[in-house]
Structure formats: C-alpha cells, structure tokens
Write a protein of this length. Structure first.
Lengths: 297, 378
C-alpha cells in the first residue's frame, strides 16, 4: 500500500497533535518554573553584581564588590559548611541502622507500620515540632529535670549541640527512606553468595551491603545536606542567634539591612556550592556501587 | 564404599512451620562424584542443597561434609562453594574482583600476587582469559555463568554445589555447558552436586541421579538404572518419556506378571514390587521399546495419527482401539523408506519383559478414572 499525499498529511497532523498535547501538558510546569525559578534566579544573579541603593534595595551597576565582600559573612558560611555535613552525617549514622532493620530484619507484617511511624512526624509542621524542642531543651525542660537529681546549670538550648539535635530530628525521615529503598532492593542472594565465599557477616556488610546501598546513602545525604545549606528555622529557634547559618544571614540582609546585592551574592554562592555537592555525591556513589545510574531524590 | 562420603545426610528433616520440605533423608555422596538431585519444583532438592551450603539448618538429623557434622557451622566456614541460580554475581565488582572475592576472605591472608595468579588461572579455566576487567553487566548469560563457576572453584572447595545452573541459558548454550561442566568435574576431581528439575540434564551430566519427590528420595542410581529400572510410577513418569497403560493383574508367569489391558490384550510385564492377582496397575512402555511393523505382526494394532520426523528417528502417535494414543519412536535408516504415514494401520510390538508394571495409586481405591487409560508423558 502506498502512502498518498493525503495520508502523509494526516500522519503529520497526528504527529502535530501529539506534540501539541505534550506541550499543553508540560506548559503549566514550565510556566511555573520560568516565572518562579528561572526569572528570580536571573534577577538575583543581576542583583549580585549591582550596588546597594542608598535607601536600601538594588541599584544598577556592574561590580564584583559583593563577591569580594563574602568574607564578611565567613562565620555564617563556616557554620553552615560545618553543621550541614556534620548534621547530615549525624542523620546518616542514626538513619542507617533504622533503614537496615526496616529493610532486612523487620518482620514482614510489621514493616509497613514501622515505615509509617517514620513518616508520621511529617504530618505536623517542622515549626511546631522545633518549638517543642525549644521547650524540651529550654530552662524548664531537661535542665530542670537534671537539676532535680543535683546536676545544676546545664545549658542545652542555644548551643551548636541543640542545633545538631534539631537537624537530626527534623531530617531523619529524609535520610531513612532513600536508604531503606536501596537496601530493600538489594538482592539477598548476593549476601548468601558473599557468605558462601567465606566472608564473615562484617565483611559481607562492608563489602556488599554497604557498597550496594551507597546510592541510597548518597541520595539521603545530599538531600539533607542541601536542605541544611538553606536551613533557617532550626538555627533560629534552637541556636538562638548564636549559631548563625547562611539562611539567617540571607534573611538579615534582605529584610533588615536591605542590602540586596550582597544577599544575592551570598545566595548565588550557596547555589553553586549545592550543585558541587550534588555532583560530587553522584560521582562517588556511581564509582563505588558500580551502578550505571543513580537516582537522586 | 569404604571412603568417607563427601556429603552425608543422616535422617535429615526440614520443616518450615507446618510444611515439611524434606523428610527423613539419608544420603551418602561418594568422593569425586557428579550427583544430580532431580525432582519437580517443591520436592525438597533445593532445600537439601541449601542445607549443605549452610543457608538452612536441618530441623532434625545431621548433615556431614567429609565426615564432619556441620550443625552450627555458618556458610562462611564450610568447605563448599555454590553456583547460585542466576549466578548472584556482585554488580559493583568487575569479573576479576568477583572471582578474587573468596580468595580475599581467606585467613591467613593470601598475598596479592597469589590472589592475582589464582584468579587468572580460574579465568583461564573457564575460558575467559582477558575478561578480568569487564563489568558484570557487560557479559552475556553464558559468560556470567562461567564467571560464577570460576568464582566458586577458585576457592578449591571440597564440594561444588550447583543450583539450577543452566536454567537461564538457551538450549544450544545449555548443551555446551553440560559438556563443559562434565569436563571440569573430571579435570578437578571434586564432587559436584547439581540441583535440577530437567531430567535430561540430570541424566546426561551426572554419575548418580537422586530422584526426589515430596521431600523424600525416591530413587538413587546411575542414570541408566534410573531410566531402565525406575523404582516406581513417579520415576517412570518423571524421567524420560513413557506410555502408561492401565490394566489389571491376571496372573503370574515366573518372574513376570500377566496384565490385562483395557482392550483385553494380555501382556507380560516385569514388576518392581510384589503384585497380586486383581491389582490395578500402570504399565510403562518406553516409546523406543516399541517396534512398528505391518498389520498382523505385533501385539497391538493401531492407526498412525501423527508423525514427527526428527531426522535420525521418527516419533509416531498411534491410536490403539480401547487403549488410547501411544507414543512410539523408531529409528530412521537412510534409504529404507520405513516411515509410516498418518492414517496407515500399523502393528506395535515389543520384546517380552520390556513393559514394567507398577501398582497404580491413582486407580486403586474409589476414585477410578474412566476412559483415560493411557497418558503420554514427556
């Protein structure tokens, strides 16, 4: 059967209709991303090479002075750069055994319930839960209880430790779930093969289980780490202004001192750091687990 | 046999909750043998293999490897290695690291040089020299199979366990690997224990076949014994193709029994267990033991319904009045034109004593099957 010009036309018409449909379906998301992500990002990038207007805000210019001024906020950067990876690591250390138990040891019929318990805290806003921690760690919380048994003057709130605790508490589920997924997918026969080849349970864990769950570990780690780089709430509530994060610096610069160009320079730097972290995490887990593709988030 | 068996099962039972997977198995596997555990799925053969490997513990009884009771010995301390179904190769390691995995676990530690040289030897043994740095996912199924073999054998186990190792390969490759496995076993001289549900594979590769059904060993013997002298109806049915004909014991003539078939024909059959007059029996007649001739010459007469020409042989489905359809296999000699055509009448003969009569558990008692006297089983 030969394809006449009419048939070819209608085929082209079909193709056109298909493409139109795809375009229509993608339009809302594209529009959303352009208006609320790309345009603001471009604006911030432009702001970052500008100058602060005398009355605050932005004044057009082209200067790298804002970037040169970054060391003025070195403490915020330092705190973030230390507490974000340390927080993510602390999260990981708490989360891995939980994920391991859920995926490999928990009885089948309990698994769903236990998983639900991991997620349930998300049903309450992080703000409320962090407020609760403020109270628990504050003068009338744990320190008061300790005072009852004679341990006086314990300071918990407004310390780096309190921020770390808040971080682990708040981001634990985001770490548990990806690790759980990668462990759950792990082929159990590989563990038997390892034991069969003479590996002790510890060797099997290090050589097979951990290696093959690295994509999940890296996903959880970068997820928590990136969210922590922009964290504002926990350091404000539990750090009491003493533990100053980049997030707090941004709020201060944009809303209080209205130095938009400097705030923008900090924001751009933060984005660049996040991208570098993501790429590095991806590389590492791909290399170590031999996986051809790593799902981030 | 006076030598200590490589593997010994002593009254081994394995239960999972209420389900008994293996019940009261006694088995001794002599050194340097190629043994197949053969049976349908769920017969307990894989459970037996996993108890040797240490992945399952017997509920009762003992598993011994070279005379040592293995109770409480974890898999990583047993002198056996397994080739897993679908191979279970480590996806994050390349071919050489997969093979060296076991060597790296050895205590006292082996030198890096020894590990490299032994891994290299193992690669060469399975004809994969030069593939050491390949990723597992870059290999074909047959190559993965050989990596799995090398990974197990490089540790010089006392016994190699193979769990359906050829199931994932295509037919051509499977035949090649059967020969390769046989050669390997003879070369290395250690015991191979193979689990399979494929009777052809079991018969063609192994020195001994252990037929299992319902968690028990039904028969243990050389492949030819299993085929020629099946212990019971199940083995006759499961191993090879056979025709099963229902009948009743009419009487005895010496060692043989006379069996009246459904169409009234009386044939003489051998028996494996004592039978008495009036017993319902199934008579097994192998397709290749039937000879075909011009009408009037044989013991049964039928009409050819289908012919499957296979080159060196031809298989016929022959309908016999009152009995059903029989499968017959005849050699095809070039130039003799001895093929029967569909629709042609034909006489079926067989040597006296080739039929084998078994008490038929299905036809004894109340649930008699009607009109279904013959089954062709493949």
């Amino acid at each position: 059967m030969s394809v006449g010009p009419e048939a070819a036309f209608s085929m082209r018409g079909n193709l056109l209709r298909k493409n139109l449909l795809t375009a229509l379906l993608l339009a809302p998301a594209t529009l959303w991303l352009v208006v609320f992500l790309v345009l603001p990002f471009v604006a911030i990038a432009i702001f970052s090479v500008g100058e602060r207007a005398p009355e605050g805000g932005y004044q057009a210019a082209f200067t790298l002075a804002q970037y040169a001024n970054l060391p003025a906020r070195a403490t915020a950067f330092w705190n973030t750069m230390v507490l974000a990876p340390v927080g993510a690591l602390a999260c990981l250390l708490v989360a891995y055994p939980v994920a391991y138990y859920l995926a490999l040891k928990a009885p089948e019929r309990w698994r769903l319930i236990l998983l639900a318990l991991v997620v349930i805290p998300f049903w309450t806003s992080l703000l409320m839960r962090t407020y609760a921690w403020m109270y628990v760690l504050g003068g009338r919380g744990i320190p008061a209880l300790l005072a009852l048994v004679g341990i006086e003057d314990v300071r918990l709130i407004n310390t780096p430790g309190a921020v770390l605790l808040g971080i682990v508490y708040g981001y634990l589920p985001l770490m548990i779930l990806p690790i759980y997924v990668s462990l759950e997918r792990l082929d159990r026969r590989l563990l038997e093969a390892s034991a069969d080849l003479g590996a002790t349970p510890l060797s099997t864990f290090l050589g097979v289980t951990l290696r093959l769950s690295l994509p999940g570990v890296m996903t959880g780690f970068s997820l928590v780490m990136i969210l922590l780089l922009g964290e504002y709430l926990i350091p404000t509530l539990l750090g009491g202004g003493k533990v100053f994060f980049i997030g707090n610096a941004l709020v201060d610069l944009f809303l209080q001192s209205r130095n938009w160009p400097f705030g923008s320079a900090i924001a751009i730097t933060l984005v660049l750091v996040s991208v570098v972290v993501l790429i590095a995490a991806n590389r590492i887990s791909t290399r170590l687990s031999g996986a051809r593709r790593v799902d981030l988030i | 046999m006076t030598a200590v068996p490589d593997i010994e099962f002593r009254a081994v039972t394995k239960r999972y909750g209420a389900v008994t997977a293996v019940s009261g198995i006694d088995l001794a596997i002599p050194p340097s043998a190629f043994v197949a555990l053969l049976g349908p799925s769920g017969c307990g053969k894989t459970t037996c293999l996993r108890m040797i490997g240490g992945f399952e513990q017997p509920s009762e009884g003992q598993v011994l490897i070279r005379g040592r009771d293995m109770a409480g010995t974890p898999p990583y301390r047993r002198p056996v290695n397994m080739v897993f179904q679908q191979y279970a190769l480590f996806p994050h390691l390349d071919v050489e690291d997969n093979i060296a995995y076991g060597l790296r676990q050895a205590r006292p530690r082996l030198s890096a040089r020894e590990i490299t040289s032994r891994a290299g030897e193992a690669l060469a043994m399975v004809r994969l020299a030069g593939y050491g740095r390949r990723k597992i996912h870059e290999l074909s199924g047959g190559q993965q199979q050989r990596v799995a073999l090398a990974r197990a054998l490089v540790n010089k186990p006392a016994v190699l366990l193979l769990d359906e190792p050829l199931a994932a390969l295509d037919k051509k490759l499977r035949t090649d690997m059967q020969i390769e496995l046989q050669n390997l076993q003879r070369e290395i001289g250690i015991t191979f224990v193979l689990v399979t549900h494929d009777q052809e594979e079991a018969l063609s590769m192994s020195d001994f076949v252990c037929v299992m059904n319902g968690g028990r060993i039904v028969q243990l013997g050389q492949p030819s014994e299993i085929y020629d002298e099946p212990a019971d109806l199940f083995v006759a049915d499961f191993v090879g193709k056979t025709n099963l004909l229902s009948g009743k014991v009419a009487g005895h003539s010496g060692e043989l029994v006379d069996v009246t078939l459904a169409n009234g024909t009386v044939i003489a059959a051998r028996k494996r267990v004592p039978l008495s007059r009036g017993d319902t029996v199934s008579v097994s007649l192998r397709p290749e033991s039937l000879s075909l001739g011009a009408p009037g010459s044989g013991r049964l007469t039928g009409i050819v319904r289908n012919r499957i020409f296979l080159g060196s042989t031809a298989e016929y489905a022959i309908e016999v009045q009152g009995i059903g359809t029989l499968l017959a296999k005849a050699d095809h000699l070039i130039g003799q034109g001895n093929l029967f055509k569909p629709g042609e009448p034909v006489a079926i003969g067989f040597a006296a004593g080739t039929p084998l009569a078994f008490p038929d558990p299905k036809n004894n008692g109340t649930n008699q099957r009607e009109n279904q006297h013959v089954e062709i089983l493949s």
